[in-house]
Design a protein around this ligand. Structure first.
Ligand code: FAD
Length: 413
Protein backbone atom coordinates (compact mmCIF):
# COMPACT_ATOMS: atom_id res chain seq x y z
CA UNK A 1 0.00 0.00 0.00
CA UNK A 2 1.04 3.63 -0.52
CA UNK A 3 0.84 5.07 2.98
CA UNK A 4 1.32 8.74 3.77
CA UNK A 5 2.19 9.63 7.36
CA UNK A 6 1.45 13.16 8.49
CA UNK A 7 4.08 14.43 10.94
CA UNK A 8 7.68 13.37 11.58
CA UNK A 9 7.71 13.59 15.35
CA UNK A 10 8.80 10.45 17.15
CA UNK A 11 5.34 8.92 16.63
CA UNK A 12 5.29 9.55 12.87
CA UNK A 13 8.85 8.23 12.45
CA UNK A 14 8.19 5.09 14.52
CA UNK A 15 5.05 4.52 12.43
CA UNK A 16 7.15 4.90 9.26
CA UNK A 17 9.66 2.31 10.51
CA UNK A 18 7.07 -0.37 11.28
CA UNK A 19 4.94 0.28 8.20
CA UNK A 20 7.99 0.12 5.94
CA UNK A 21 9.05 -3.09 7.65
CA UNK A 22 5.60 -4.50 6.89
CA UNK A 23 6.28 -3.92 3.19
CA UNK A 24 4.38 -0.69 2.57
CA UNK A 25 5.56 2.23 0.43
CA UNK A 26 5.91 5.01 2.98
CA UNK A 27 5.89 8.79 2.52
CA UNK A 28 6.18 11.20 5.46
CA UNK A 29 5.13 14.85 5.30
CA UNK A 30 6.62 17.25 7.86
CA UNK A 31 6.46 21.03 8.02
CA UNK A 32 9.79 21.44 9.83
CA UNK A 33 13.21 20.99 8.20
CA UNK A 34 13.83 17.62 9.84
CA UNK A 35 12.37 14.94 12.06
CA UNK A 36 11.67 15.34 15.80
CA UNK A 37 11.89 19.14 15.92
CA UNK A 38 8.61 19.94 17.73
CA UNK A 39 7.52 18.24 20.97
CA UNK A 40 9.90 15.36 20.28
CA UNK A 41 12.87 17.76 20.53
CA UNK A 42 13.26 18.82 24.15
CA UNK A 43 11.27 16.38 26.24
CA UNK A 44 12.44 14.78 29.49
CA UNK A 45 14.22 12.04 27.51
CA UNK A 46 12.97 9.32 29.85
CA UNK A 47 11.40 6.16 28.51
CA UNK A 48 9.42 5.81 31.66
CA UNK A 49 7.46 2.62 31.71
CA UNK A 50 6.95 3.53 35.37
CA UNK A 51 5.07 6.79 34.67
CA UNK A 52 2.39 5.75 32.24
CA UNK A 53 -0.45 6.38 34.69
CA UNK A 54 -2.84 8.97 33.17
CA UNK A 55 -2.66 12.45 34.67
CA UNK A 56 -6.41 12.23 35.18
CA UNK A 57 -6.38 10.69 38.64
CA UNK A 58 -8.36 10.92 41.88
CA UNK A 59 -7.59 14.26 43.55
CA UNK A 60 -5.94 15.89 40.52
CA UNK A 61 -8.94 18.01 39.34
CA UNK A 62 -9.13 19.55 42.82
CA UNK A 63 -5.41 20.37 42.80
CA UNK A 64 -5.72 22.01 39.36
CA UNK A 65 -8.59 24.17 40.63
CA UNK A 66 -6.57 25.12 43.71
CA UNK A 67 -3.67 26.22 41.50
CA UNK A 68 -5.89 28.32 39.16
CA UNK A 69 -4.16 31.63 38.41
CA UNK A 70 -0.95 30.75 40.33
CA UNK A 71 1.79 31.60 37.83
CA UNK A 72 4.37 29.25 39.29
CA UNK A 73 2.09 26.28 40.12
CA UNK A 74 3.31 22.92 38.74
CA UNK A 75 0.09 22.64 36.71
CA UNK A 76 -1.42 25.90 35.50
CA UNK A 77 -4.79 26.18 33.80
CA UNK A 78 -5.13 29.60 32.21
CA UNK A 79 -8.64 31.01 32.48
CA UNK A 80 -8.40 32.20 28.86
CA UNK A 81 -8.21 28.55 27.73
CA UNK A 82 -11.35 27.49 29.61
CA UNK A 83 -14.07 28.39 27.08
CA UNK A 84 -12.42 26.25 24.38
CA UNK A 85 -11.80 23.23 26.56
CA UNK A 86 -14.82 22.78 28.82
CA UNK A 87 -15.70 19.47 27.12
CA UNK A 88 -12.11 18.23 27.45
CA UNK A 89 -12.15 19.28 31.11
CA UNK A 90 -15.39 17.40 31.74
CA UNK A 91 -13.94 14.23 30.20
CA UNK A 92 -10.77 14.72 32.29
CA UNK A 93 -12.95 14.86 35.38
CA UNK A 94 -14.72 11.61 34.44
CA UNK A 95 -11.39 9.94 33.65
CA UNK A 96 -10.12 10.88 37.12
CA UNK A 97 -12.44 8.35 38.81
CA UNK A 98 -10.44 5.52 40.41
CA UNK A 99 -11.68 2.74 38.07
CA UNK A 100 -11.12 4.81 34.91
CA UNK A 101 -7.66 5.85 36.09
CA UNK A 102 -6.66 2.26 36.82
CA UNK A 103 -7.98 1.03 33.45
CA UNK A 104 -5.92 3.74 31.71
CA UNK A 105 -2.82 2.84 33.69
CA UNK A 106 -3.12 -0.84 32.74
CA UNK A 107 -3.70 -0.22 29.07
CA UNK A 108 -0.80 2.26 28.93
CA UNK A 109 1.50 -0.11 30.78
CA UNK A 110 0.81 -2.84 28.24
CA UNK A 111 1.73 -0.44 25.43
CA UNK A 112 4.82 0.82 27.27
CA UNK A 113 6.10 -2.72 27.81
CA UNK A 114 5.54 -3.51 24.13
CA UNK A 115 7.43 -0.30 23.36
CA UNK A 116 10.36 -1.22 25.58
CA UNK A 117 10.72 -4.56 23.79
CA UNK A 118 10.32 -2.85 20.43
CA UNK A 119 13.00 -0.23 21.25
CA UNK A 120 15.48 -3.00 22.00
CA UNK A 121 14.68 -4.60 18.63
CA UNK A 122 15.01 -1.30 16.77
CA UNK A 123 18.37 -0.60 18.45
CA UNK A 124 19.65 -4.03 17.50
CA UNK A 125 18.46 -3.82 13.91
CA UNK A 126 19.30 -0.21 13.04
CA UNK A 127 22.17 0.71 15.33
CA UNK A 128 20.66 4.21 15.68
CA UNK A 129 22.63 6.23 18.26
CA UNK A 130 20.61 8.39 20.64
CA UNK A 131 22.56 8.64 23.93
CA UNK A 132 20.68 5.64 25.26
CA UNK A 133 21.30 4.62 28.88
CA UNK A 134 19.53 1.88 30.81
CA UNK A 135 18.86 1.14 34.52
CA UNK A 136 19.27 4.76 35.54
CA UNK A 137 15.96 6.27 36.68
CA UNK A 138 15.22 7.11 40.32
CA UNK A 139 12.26 9.02 41.79
CA UNK A 140 12.87 10.75 45.09
CA UNK A 141 10.28 11.66 47.75
CA UNK A 142 10.39 14.22 50.54
CA UNK A 143 8.42 12.19 53.12
CA UNK A 144 7.38 8.64 53.89
CA UNK A 145 3.70 9.33 53.40
CA UNK A 146 4.00 10.28 49.71
CA UNK A 147 6.58 7.54 49.16
CA UNK A 148 4.18 4.95 50.64
CA UNK A 149 1.32 6.17 48.44
CA UNK A 150 3.47 6.14 45.29
CA UNK A 151 4.81 2.70 46.09
CA UNK A 152 1.26 1.38 46.58
CA UNK A 153 0.20 2.80 43.20
CA UNK A 154 3.17 1.16 41.50
CA UNK A 155 2.66 -2.14 43.31
CA UNK A 156 -0.88 -2.28 41.92
CA UNK A 157 0.75 -2.57 38.49
CA UNK A 158 3.30 -5.19 39.55
CA UNK A 159 1.11 -8.19 38.59
CA UNK A 160 0.93 -6.65 35.12
CA UNK A 161 4.69 -6.43 34.64
CA UNK A 162 5.92 -3.19 36.29
CA UNK A 163 9.05 -3.66 38.38
CA UNK A 164 9.67 -1.17 41.22
CA UNK A 165 12.30 -1.21 43.95
CA UNK A 166 11.88 0.88 47.11
CA UNK A 167 15.07 2.44 48.43
CA UNK A 168 15.67 4.11 51.76
CA UNK A 169 17.68 7.32 51.97
CA UNK A 170 21.04 5.57 52.25
CA UNK A 171 20.27 3.25 49.35
CA UNK A 172 19.33 6.27 47.20
CA UNK A 173 22.71 7.85 47.94
CA UNK A 174 24.46 4.56 47.21
CA UNK A 175 22.79 4.48 43.78
CA UNK A 176 23.34 8.18 43.11
CA UNK A 177 26.20 9.71 45.13
CA UNK A 178 25.28 13.25 43.98
CA UNK A 179 22.33 12.99 46.40
CA UNK A 180 24.76 12.65 49.32
CA UNK A 181 24.99 16.31 50.37
CA UNK A 182 21.19 16.72 50.18
CA UNK A 183 20.14 13.36 51.56
CA UNK A 184 18.43 15.08 54.53
CA UNK A 185 15.92 16.48 52.03
CA UNK A 186 14.68 13.11 50.85
CA UNK A 187 12.97 10.28 52.73
CA UNK A 188 13.73 7.68 50.09
CA UNK A 189 12.92 6.77 46.56
CA UNK A 190 11.60 4.36 43.97
CA UNK A 191 14.01 2.84 41.48
CA UNK A 192 12.67 1.67 38.13
CA UNK A 193 14.95 -0.87 36.44
CA UNK A 194 12.80 -1.02 33.28
CA UNK A 195 13.06 2.70 32.55
CA UNK A 196 15.61 4.07 30.09
CA UNK A 197 16.97 7.40 28.98
CA UNK A 198 17.65 8.62 25.46
CA UNK A 199 17.49 11.62 23.17
CA UNK A 200 14.13 11.49 21.39
CA UNK A 201 15.19 14.02 18.76
CA UNK A 202 18.36 12.10 17.87
CA UNK A 203 16.38 8.87 17.73
CA UNK A 204 13.74 10.41 15.45
CA UNK A 205 16.36 11.85 13.11
CA UNK A 206 18.47 8.68 13.08
CA UNK A 207 15.52 6.37 12.47
CA UNK A 208 14.09 8.66 9.78
CA UNK A 209 17.47 8.62 7.97
CA UNK A 210 17.60 4.82 8.32
CA UNK A 211 14.11 4.48 6.79
CA UNK A 212 14.95 6.99 4.03
CA UNK A 213 18.06 5.01 3.12
CA UNK A 214 15.78 2.00 2.62
CA UNK A 215 13.25 3.68 0.36
CA UNK A 216 10.90 5.78 2.51
CA UNK A 217 10.31 9.33 1.25
CA UNK A 218 10.47 12.22 3.72
CA UNK A 219 9.12 15.57 2.49
CA UNK A 220 10.49 18.08 5.00
CA UNK A 221 9.55 21.76 4.93
CA UNK A 222 6.17 20.66 3.58
CA UNK A 223 2.88 21.64 5.13
CA UNK A 224 -0.17 19.40 5.21
CA UNK A 225 -3.20 21.36 4.03
CA UNK A 226 -5.85 18.66 4.17
CA UNK A 227 -6.87 15.07 3.51
CA UNK A 228 -8.74 14.37 0.29
CA UNK A 229 -11.40 11.66 0.13
CA UNK A 230 -13.06 10.13 -2.93
CA UNK A 231 -16.05 7.82 -2.88
CA UNK A 232 -16.02 7.98 0.92
CA UNK A 233 -12.44 6.76 1.38
CA UNK A 234 -9.02 8.36 1.61
CA UNK A 235 -7.50 9.22 -1.78
CA UNK A 236 -4.72 11.77 -1.28
CA UNK A 237 -3.11 14.37 0.95
CA UNK A 238 -3.06 18.00 -0.07
CA UNK A 239 0.28 19.60 0.82
CA UNK A 240 2.27 22.72 0.05
CA UNK A 241 4.18 20.51 -2.44
CA UNK A 242 1.02 19.37 -4.20
CA UNK A 243 -1.20 16.31 -3.85
CA UNK A 244 0.20 12.96 -2.70
CA UNK A 245 -1.98 10.03 -3.79
CA UNK A 246 -2.38 7.59 -0.92
CA UNK A 247 -4.13 4.29 -0.21
CA UNK A 248 -3.94 5.05 3.50
CA UNK A 249 -3.10 8.09 5.62
CA UNK A 250 -1.81 8.11 9.20
CA UNK A 251 -2.33 11.28 11.23
CA UNK A 252 0.60 11.68 13.64
CA UNK A 253 0.55 15.45 14.04
CA UNK A 254 0.72 15.53 17.84
CA UNK A 255 -1.17 18.53 19.23
CA UNK A 256 -1.99 19.66 15.69
CA UNK A 257 -3.95 16.53 14.78
CA UNK A 258 -7.46 17.95 15.47
CA UNK A 259 -7.25 20.81 12.96
CA UNK A 260 -6.44 18.49 10.03
CA UNK A 261 -9.18 16.02 11.01
CA UNK A 262 -11.98 18.49 11.83
CA UNK A 263 -12.83 19.34 8.16
CA UNK A 264 -13.60 15.62 7.67
CA UNK A 265 -16.00 15.69 10.61
CA UNK A 266 -13.61 13.72 12.81
CA UNK A 267 -13.14 15.10 16.30
CA UNK A 268 -10.22 13.89 18.42
CA UNK A 269 -9.93 15.34 21.93
CA UNK A 270 -6.23 16.18 21.72
CA UNK A 271 -5.36 19.39 23.55
CA UNK A 272 -1.89 20.96 23.95
CA UNK A 273 -0.42 21.04 27.47
CA UNK A 274 2.74 23.06 27.45
CA UNK A 275 5.88 21.88 29.24
CA UNK A 276 9.34 23.38 29.67
CA UNK A 277 12.89 22.16 29.49
CA UNK A 278 16.40 23.51 29.88
CA UNK A 279 19.22 21.66 28.14
CA UNK A 280 22.63 22.59 29.45
CA UNK A 281 26.17 21.22 28.97
CA UNK A 282 27.17 18.56 31.49
CA UNK A 283 30.31 20.62 32.13
CA UNK A 284 28.25 22.96 34.39
CA UNK A 285 28.50 20.21 37.01
CA UNK A 286 30.78 17.38 35.88
CA UNK A 287 30.37 15.45 39.19
CA UNK A 288 26.57 15.73 39.01
CA UNK A 289 24.02 12.89 38.82
CA UNK A 290 24.58 9.94 36.53
CA UNK A 291 21.02 8.77 37.04
CA UNK A 292 17.88 10.57 35.94
CA UNK A 293 16.26 11.97 39.09
CA UNK A 294 12.55 12.69 39.21
CA UNK A 295 11.79 14.72 42.30
CA UNK A 296 8.23 14.15 43.42
CA UNK A 297 7.64 17.17 45.66
CA UNK A 298 9.42 19.73 43.48
CA UNK A 299 7.95 18.31 40.26
CA UNK A 300 11.03 18.30 38.06
CA UNK A 301 13.10 15.71 36.27
CA UNK A 302 16.84 16.01 35.79
CA UNK A 303 18.17 13.73 33.07
CA UNK A 304 21.83 13.23 32.20
CA UNK A 305 21.78 12.89 28.41
CA UNK A 306 25.10 12.20 26.72
CA UNK A 307 27.19 15.34 27.28
CA UNK A 308 24.19 17.38 28.48
CA UNK A 309 21.71 17.61 31.31
CA UNK A 310 18.07 18.09 30.57
CA UNK A 311 15.88 19.68 33.25
CA UNK A 312 12.16 19.34 32.69
CA UNK A 313 8.92 20.33 34.37
CA UNK A 314 5.75 22.42 34.23
CA UNK A 315 2.33 21.80 32.77
CA UNK A 316 0.43 24.79 31.46
CA UNK A 317 -2.82 24.82 29.55
CA UNK A 318 -2.31 27.84 27.34
CA UNK A 319 -3.28 26.95 23.76
CA UNK A 320 -0.62 26.53 21.08
CA UNK A 321 1.92 29.10 22.24
CA UNK A 322 5.42 27.60 22.51
CA UNK A 323 7.27 30.51 24.11
CA UNK A 324 9.07 29.41 27.29
CA UNK A 325 7.66 31.81 29.89
CA UNK A 326 10.57 33.41 31.86
CA UNK A 327 8.56 33.25 35.07
CA UNK A 328 7.84 29.54 34.77
CA UNK A 329 11.44 28.78 33.72
CA UNK A 330 12.54 30.66 36.86
CA UNK A 331 10.16 28.52 38.98
CA UNK A 332 11.57 25.35 37.40
CA UNK A 333 15.15 26.43 38.09
CA UNK A 334 14.25 27.39 41.66
CA UNK A 335 12.89 23.90 42.25
CA UNK A 336 15.98 22.25 40.78
CA UNK A 337 18.27 24.59 42.72
CA UNK A 338 16.62 23.61 46.01
CA UNK A 339 17.82 20.04 45.58
CA UNK A 340 20.88 20.64 43.41
CA UNK A 341 22.27 24.16 44.07
CA UNK A 342 25.03 23.48 41.52
CA UNK A 343 22.36 23.65 38.78
CA UNK A 344 20.41 26.67 40.02
CA UNK A 345 21.82 28.87 37.24
CA UNK A 346 22.20 26.15 34.62
CA UNK A 347 19.69 27.85 32.31
CA UNK A 348 22.03 30.80 31.80
CA UNK A 349 25.21 28.75 31.24
CA UNK A 350 26.88 29.21 27.84
CA UNK A 351 25.22 26.82 25.40
CA UNK A 352 22.07 26.31 27.52
CA UNK A 353 18.77 26.12 25.62
CA UNK A 354 15.41 27.06 27.12
CA UNK A 355 12.56 25.33 25.36
CA UNK A 356 8.83 24.75 25.49
CA UNK A 357 6.81 22.01 23.83
CA UNK A 358 3.19 20.91 23.64
CA UNK A 359 2.19 17.54 25.07
CA UNK A 360 -0.64 16.19 22.91
CA UNK A 361 -2.99 15.30 25.77
CA UNK A 362 -6.26 13.41 25.60
CA UNK A 363 -8.47 13.59 28.71
CA UNK A 364 -8.14 9.92 29.71
CA UNK A 365 -4.42 9.77 28.91
CA UNK A 366 -4.78 6.85 26.47
CA UNK A 367 -3.37 7.47 22.97
CA UNK A 368 -5.59 7.07 19.93
CA UNK A 369 -4.06 4.39 17.71
CA UNK A 370 -6.17 2.82 14.97
CA UNK A 371 -8.73 3.29 12.21
CA UNK A 372 -11.33 6.03 11.85
CA UNK A 373 -14.74 5.59 10.24
CA UNK A 374 -13.26 6.88 6.95
CA UNK A 375 -11.72 3.86 5.22
CA UNK A 376 -7.98 4.30 4.83
CA UNK A 377 -7.69 7.01 7.51
CA UNK A 378 -5.76 6.08 10.66
CA UNK A 379 -4.70 7.86 13.85
CA UNK A 380 -1.55 7.63 15.92
CA UNK A 381 -1.84 10.59 18.25
CA UNK A 382 -2.65 11.83 21.76
CA UNK A 383 0.40 10.43 23.55
CA UNK A 384 0.50 13.22 26.12
CA UNK A 385 3.33 13.03 28.65
CA UNK A 386 4.59 9.62 27.45
CA UNK A 387 4.99 9.81 23.67
CA UNK A 388 8.70 8.95 23.78
CA UNK A 389 7.95 6.02 26.07
CA UNK A 390 5.21 4.66 23.83
CA UNK A 391 6.45 5.55 20.35
CA UNK A 392 8.02 2.25 19.30
CA UNK A 393 5.04 0.19 20.48
CA UNK A 394 2.49 2.62 19.03
CA UNK A 395 4.08 2.40 15.57
CA UNK A 396 4.16 -1.37 15.82
CA UNK A 397 0.54 -1.61 16.97
CA UNK A 398 -0.57 0.68 14.15
CA UNK A 399 1.30 -1.37 11.54
CA UNK A 400 -0.48 -4.48 12.85
CA UNK A 401 -3.85 -2.77 12.45
CA UNK A 402 -3.03 -1.74 8.89
CA UNK A 403 -2.15 -5.27 7.91
CA UNK A 404 -4.07 -8.49 8.25
CA UNK A 405 -5.93 -7.28 11.34
CA UNK A 406 -7.29 -4.22 9.53
CA UNK A 407 -10.93 -5.06 10.15
CA UNK A 408 -10.62 -6.26 13.72
CA UNK A 409 -10.95 -2.93 15.46
CA UNK A 410 -13.95 -0.63 15.64
CA UNK A 411 -13.30 2.92 14.36
CA UNK A 412 -11.96 5.29 17.02
CA UNK A 413 -13.70 8.37 15.59
C1 FAD B 1 8.33 19.21 28.72
C2 FAD B 1 8.01 17.85 28.19
C3 FAD B 1 8.62 16.73 28.74
C4 FAD B 1 8.32 15.46 28.26
N1 FAD B 1 8.99 14.39 28.77
C5 FAD B 1 8.74 13.16 28.29
C6 FAD B 1 9.48 12.05 28.76
O1 FAD B 1 10.40 12.18 29.56
N2 FAD B 1 9.13 10.82 28.31
C7 FAD B 1 8.11 10.63 27.40
O2 FAD B 1 7.81 9.49 27.07
N3 FAD B 1 7.44 11.68 26.88
C8 FAD B 1 7.73 12.93 27.30
N4 FAD B 1 7.05 14.01 26.80
C9 FAD B 1 5.99 13.78 25.79
C10 FAD B 1 6.56 13.52 24.40
O3 FAD B 1 7.57 14.44 24.11
C11 FAD B 1 5.42 13.63 23.36
O4 FAD B 1 4.36 12.80 23.74
C12 FAD B 1 5.90 13.24 21.97
O5 FAD B 1 7.02 13.97 21.59
C13 FAD B 1 4.78 13.46 20.97
O6 FAD B 1 5.28 13.07 19.71
P1 FAD B 1 4.42 13.32 18.41
O7 FAD B 1 5.18 12.73 17.29
O8 FAD B 1 3.01 12.89 18.62
O9 FAD B 1 4.32 14.92 18.30
P2 FAD B 1 5.42 15.94 17.75
O10 FAD B 1 6.78 15.59 18.15
O11 FAD B 1 4.92 17.31 18.09
O12 FAD B 1 5.32 15.72 16.19
C14 FAD B 1 4.24 16.20 15.39
C15 FAD B 1 4.85 16.70 14.11
O13 FAD B 1 3.81 17.14 13.24
C16 FAD B 1 4.30 18.27 12.53
N5 FAD B 1 3.17 19.04 12.03
C17 FAD B 1 2.19 19.64 12.75
N6 FAD B 1 1.29 20.23 11.91
C18 FAD B 1 1.73 20.01 10.64
C19 FAD B 1 1.24 20.34 9.35
N7 FAD B 1 0.07 21.02 9.17
N8 FAD B 1 1.95 19.93 8.26
C20 FAD B 1 3.11 19.19 8.39
N9 FAD B 1 3.61 18.85 9.61
C21 FAD B 1 2.92 19.24 10.71
C22 FAD B 1 5.12 19.03 13.57
O14 FAD B 1 6.05 19.90 12.95
C23 FAD B 1 5.77 17.91 14.35
O15 FAD B 1 7.07 17.60 13.88
C24 FAD B 1 7.34 15.30 27.23
C25 FAD B 1 6.74 16.43 26.67
C26 FAD B 1 7.07 17.70 27.13
C27 FAD B 1 6.45 18.90 26.49
Amino acid sequence: MRITILGAGVIGVASAYWLQKAGHQVTVVEQREGAGLETSWGNGAIIHVSSVQPWAAPGVPLKVLKWLGQEDAPMLLRLSALPRMWRWGLDFLLASRPAAHQAGALSNLELALLSARSMAEIRAETGVEYDCATQCVLKTFADDETLDAAQAAHLALAPHGLVTERLDREACVAREPALGPVSHRIAGGLYFPQDEVGDCNKFSQGLAAWCAARGATFHYGTRVRGIITQGGRVAAVSTSLGEIESDAVVVALGSHSPSVLAPLGIQVPVYPVKGLSVTTPRSVWPEGPRMAILDDSRKFALTPLGDRYRIVGSAEVADYDTTPSPRRIAALMRNVGELFPQLALADSAPGAVRWAGLRPMVPNGRPWIGPTRIPGLYLNTGHGHTGWTMAAGSGRRLAGLLGDRANEMAPLA
